[in-house]
Design a protein around this ligand. Structure first.
Ligand SMILES: Cc1ncc(C[n+]2csc(CCOP(=O)(O)OP(=O)(O)O)c2C)c(N)n1
Ligand code: SF4
Ligand SMILES: [Mg+2]
Length: 293
């Protein structure tokens, strides 16, 4: 079949008419040209637009890192917090106003080094948040040190003789922590990434999307587009997304990262648990008043 030409004017008209630009702020991203994060800053507006979530009803919360500059570049409410503290702040926002769509974003360092102690609790309490984890396997903002997800053998300024530390497996961790929606995407596959962000947001409960993303400035050897592109696979069609054991087995295949939805289940959220506690306390107080009368 003959390839059809794509005209810039048509593409621009299509983008303007889609409505997704309403979710982009006037601040242009300050990331290095080619950084994987550009796919995510395009994907989240597309997903929010498709889902019909108004900009005033969404809050994007971040920690500190190149990834955590994200709230500046989207036209929603935003909160650029402290390094590693994205989840506690996001939890507070969601608990104060359950009507908001709260999206937590940040890097592998932010989420699994300094902030690593918060992830299990957000997952086990099933807080109705979406956590987009931008995993470039490096500390980008501070100019290229090893992170908890850096590969063995990776050379950086802090591992000049090759990194010898076993990397964490965040997917495996969140699955065992009790996350109720777990998926993986790759910045080099922007359409799939956008569709997965949309699904993650639609899930009621703690949804975790692990996004593999190259740092083109400080990593010329390991997590490059070339290498990731050669290794990623799709979640097999026969995979049962309700089977935790099967999801764990897939998450352990780190040599060929599986893209798509790994696991989904339903459980009461933190808001449900708090509402039930309020209900119990009110009926106890009412029966106390009846006894006193
Ligand atoms: C309390 C504290 N410790 C350390 C730092 C320095 N610091 C800023 S960002 C960062 C790591 C960023 O890496 P990551 O979260 O993976 O984000 P990326 O830049 O790769 O997107 C560090 C160590 C800081 N800002 N605050
Ligand atoms: S340093 Fe790396 S992670 Fe940071 S903006 Fe540049 S390419 Fe992206
Ligand atoms: Mg990083």
């Amino acid at each position: 079949m003959k390839a059809q030409p794509i005209y810039l004017e048509d593409k621009l008209r299509e983008i303007h008419e889609s409505g997704r630009l309403a979710y982009r702020s006037r601040s242009m991203p300050t990331w290095c040209p080619g950084c994987g994060y550009f796919s995510i800053v395009d994907g989240l507006p597309g997903a929010l637009n498709e889902a019909g979530i108004a900009t005033k009803d969404a809050v994007v919360v971040s920690g500190i890192g190149c990834s955590s500059r994200f709230p500046f570049f989207v036209n929603t409410y935003g909160f650029h917090t402290l390094h590693g503290r994205v989840l506690p702040v996001a939890t507070g926002i969601k608990t104060a106003n359950d009507a908001l769509t709260v999206i937590a974003v940040g890097g592998d360092g932010d989420g699994f080094a300094i902030g690593g102690g918060h992830v299990p609790h957000a997952a086990r309490r099933n807080i109705d948040l979406t956590y987009l984890l931008f995993d470039n396997g490096i500390y980008g903002l501070t100019k290229g040190q090893t992170s908890p997800t850096s590969a063995i053998g990776f050379r950086t300024s802090t591992s000049p003789y090759e990194n010898a530390d076993q990397p964490l497996n965040p997917l495996l961790m969140v699955l065992t922590y009790g996350a109720t929606w777990v998926g993986q995407a790759y910045a080099g596959r922007p359409q799939q990434l956008e569709a997965l962000i949309k699904q993650a947001i639609a899930h009621r409960g703690f949804s975790y999307l692990h996004i593999l993303s190259p740092c083109v400035t400080f990593d010329k050897t390991d997590r490059t587009y070339q290498r990731l592109g050669d290794h990623v696979i799709d979640v097999p069609t026969e995979h049962n997304t309700g089977d935790l054991g099967a999801a764990i087995a897939l998450a352990m295949k780190v040599e060929s990262p599986a893209l798509g939805l790994l696991y989904r289940t339903t459980r009461p959220t933190l808001a449900d648990t708090l509402d039930a506690a309020v209900e119990k306390a009110s009926s106890k107080a009412a029966s106390g008043r009846r006894r006193a009368a």
